[in-house]
Design a protein around this ligand. Structure first.
Ligand SMILES: C[S@@+](CC[C@H](N)C(=O)[O-])C[C@H]1O[C@@H](n2cnc3c(N)ncnc32)[C@H](O)[C@@H]1O
Length: 706
């Protein structure tokens, strides 16, 4: 019996409105979801619900025709009715509320199910036909109309949706309109479910325990090689989970494992983030206490990962230009207990020298074509679009390299598989950096345990970069490059900064009132916009003076390093950067205008490779402080390169102490340390560090197949 006073749950109403708009006016689900009013809503739940309704639209229409529900129930909104039916038949398989529309749809449940099972074959035949199409398309280059058909199918129907539409993380934005170009469809390997533990709210060991208590079995990687790990994760059954080979605070479950309704997910203690994207923070590897800049931050997947990596010890400046996305970022940062993050609603390209000089590490994850997201079935992009993206990406990278004098490492990443957005950006920019930056060899950083690298077409710079590929790494398509500043250059740059500071102070002694105003401004905001324009010029002038005197020397240095190759363009670029300040100012203005234009255009063409931002619902108070200091975080091999070798050695020793672990065992439990809190001091550097213990707790019902 329905109750008149009971309202339809808000998310159903919103979903119905968006579904109606998309169906009648066109437009994208995602764009509508970012509507102001929905800013704090559980967008991923809504997205799943709407896409599930779209996916089953023809099925629902048929059962509506058959049951005459819309004729019989004249007051029932048809859009809402379809959303509720999708939820009832393909989603949660229940309608929790007592509102009239819900109760009305529920009263037809049996009729709907009967019709569906009687016409099961019709619906299944359709699915099968589709699969055949997809596979035939995947095997070869096909004609335009099939591609378009497959493309649309792929984008909306074929994606690995579970009953809650779980793979919505891949649908950051709807795919670009199909083009008339012939293109090749990528083959798609089943991707495991990756889960990152938000170690600011939950320790990795507690996470293992929690999953074990639910009946999941922790599988320890038995071998030391990445190849073996890859083999192993393909064999995971729906009861298993393991630890990621590289990112130790990440777990891997079988493909299709449903965790969207999981309590830990709703509490933001676990984050559903693809492994490839987590590699960016893993390789940036800022030690706790560092100052990090996330230049293109929203929705904040990597920002919050950085906060967890730092154990909230240090500072993460998370910059986002788009206001709505900035709000999403702030919300996510807050919900995940990422207290060391300072979100800045700003254009990252406008941050000048002097604004954030304390930054030591930069994560640069700019807007890109998103061609690595596997829902993009065709590998075509207009060359003009690609050129615009590339140009902006290069601007970002140059800016990261030049505006932060204390920055020692930059990780540049995209979720694109186009070399033009990747190796080419790195090569072009590094070549013009006058040998100040060096591309690190990721293969070395990962101790040889990686398979896919950039193209040799871009020389050794290309092959030093990392690709993560859906077909062989079982992740989304991802690219990253690690750039380290040349130490000598860093010293030079810092000396030049000091020199410039002194000269500026000397000049300003004559005008005390100005200095006061500027300092006051700087103290207030941490930013001093007006001051920066002039001081930057002055600083650069001094740096340029120095650089001119060293120019010859550096030119000869260039020839000795593979990262320091010169060519005609490089010389041109160097000449441009050595222009007189006035000219430079003018140039910056035009550059800025160009950049603004490009950015505006990019809003239409770029894809943000975001993952699933957990939902707002919070059942329990976050136990943030309890866990924070205890989680050892990702104790990766590359820490050697960041001065963490001592800690690493200690861990190795501890690891040795735990060598009584039985290799044949698959089920493990964490060694309990003396006190409860201490028990969280689990070394997650290696699965071997976990001690065996048969779980005693009663197995709870798993969330799978809920
Ligand atoms: C690929 S997404 C970043 C995803 C993010 N790193 C994560 O892991 O969740 C790129 C983001 O950069 C933002 N962006 C684009 N241009 C920007 C600019 N000039 N300054 C700051 N943010 C910008 C976009 O709005 C978008 O949110």
């Amino acid at each position: 019996m329905f109750e008149h006073s009971v309202k339809v749950p808000r998310h159903y109403k919103i979903a119905a409105n968006i579904f109606k708009k998309v169906s009648t006016e066109g437009g994208s689900v995602k764009t509508l979801l970012y509507d102001d009013k929905l800013r704090h809503f559980r967008t991923n739940v809504l997205y799943a619900l709407i896409t599930e309704t779209i996916k089953h639209a023809s099925h629902i229409n048929k059962i509506f025709e058959n049951s005459k529900i819309l004729e019989n129930e004249s007051r029932l909104d048809p859009w809402l009715a379809k959303i509720l039916t999708a939820e009832l038949l393909f989603g949660k398989k229940a309608l929790p509320g007592k509102s009239k529309p819900e109760q009305t749809v529920l009263s037809y449940k049996e009729q709907f199910e009967k019709f569906s099972s009687e016409h099961k074959d019709d619906f299944e035949t359709k699915d099968n036909t589709f699969l055949v199409n997809v596979w035939s398309v995947a095997s070869s280059v096909v004609v335009v109309n099939i591609i378009i058909g497959a493309y649309v199918y792929k984008a909306y129907y074929e994606k690995e949706y579970d009953e809650h539409g779980n793979e919505i993380d891949q649908h950051a934005y709807p795919p670009p309109a199909p083009t008339a170009e012939v293109s090749t469809v990528k083959s798609i390997a089943p991707r495991p479910r990756y889960v990152r533990i938000n170690t600011n709210l939950l320790t990795t060991s507690d996470a293992i325990r929690a999953f074990q208590d639910e009946g999941y079995r922790f599988i320890r990687c038995t071998s030391g090689s990445y190849a073996d790990y890859l083999e192993q994760i393909q064999k995971l059954t729906e009861e298993d989970f393991t630890q990621d080979y590289h990112v130790k605070t990440m777990f891997v479950f079988a493909a299709g494992t449903k965790l969207h309704e999981h309590e830990l997910y709703l509490e933001n203690k676990i984050i559903l983030q693809d492994k490839a994207t987590a590699m960016a923070v893993h390789l940036l590897a800022p030690p706790p206490g560092s100052v990090v800049l996330d230049m293109c931050a929203a929705p904040g997947m990597k920002t919050t990962q950085l906060a967890a990596y730092l154990r909230n010890n240090g500072r993460v400046y998370a910059v986002e230009r788009n206001e709505k996305r900035y709000q999403v970022l702030c919300d996510f940062v807050h919900k995940t207990g990422s207290t060391c993050v300072e979100a800045l609603h700003k254009d990252a390209l406008e941050i000048k020298k002097g604004d954030l000089d304390s930054v030591e590490y930069i994560l640069l994850d700019p807007s890109c074509s998103g061609s690595g997201m596997d829902f993009c079935v065709h590998s075509y992009i207009e060359s003009s679009r690609l050129a615009r993206l590339t140009s902006l990406q290069e601007k970002f990278l140059k800016h990261a390299m030049n505006a932060f004098p204390n920055c020692k490492r930059i990780v540049y990443s995209t979720c694109s598989l186009y070399p033009e957005e990747n190796e080419r950006v790195i090569t072009n920019v590094v070549k013009t950096s006058r040998a100040k930056w060096r591309v690190q060899d990721v293969k070395e950083l990962l101790k040889g345990q990686w398979n896919n690298f950039g193209s040799g077409m871009y020389g050794s710079i290309g092959t030093r970069c990392l690709y993560s590929r859906p077909d062989s790494d079982f992740t989304t398509g991802f690219f990253l490059a690690v750039l380290d500043r040349d130490q000598k250059d860093m010293e030079k740059s810092l000396n030049a900064e000091k020199q410039a500071q002194k000269q500026w102070q000397a000049v300003n002694k004559a005008k005390p009132q100005n200095t006061e105003a500027i300092n006051d401004d700087k103290n207030k905001n941490g930013f001093n916009e007006e001051h920066n324009e002039s001081s930057q010029d002055f600083t650069e002038e001094v740096v340029e003076e120095k650089s001119k005197s060293n120019k010859k020397k550096r030119k000869s240095e260039h020839n000795t390093d593979e990262n320091k190759e010169t060519d005609q363009n490089e010389v041109k670029e160097a000449e441009i950067t050595d222009e007189a300040p006035n000219k430079k100012k003018k140039k910056r203005k035009t550059d800025k205008n160009n950049v603004d234009n490009v950015i505006d255009q990019l809003d239409d063409l770029s894809v943000e490779c975001e993952q699933e931002v957990p939902k707002k619902k919070k059942k329990k108070k976050d136990k943030q402080t309890e866990n924070q200091s205890n989680e050892p975080n990702m104790l990766i091999d590359i820490s050697d390169t960041n001065g963490d070798s001592q800690e690493h050695k200690k861990k190795k020793k501890r690891k040795k102490d735990l060598e009584n672990v039985d290799d044949g065992e698959t089920e493990i439990k964490i060694k309990k340390k003396s006190k409860k809190n201490d028990s969280q001091e689990l070394e997650m550097d290696n699965a071997e560090e976990l001690e065996l213990e048969v779980p005693k707790k009663k197995k709870k019902k798993k969330s799978k197949g809920d």
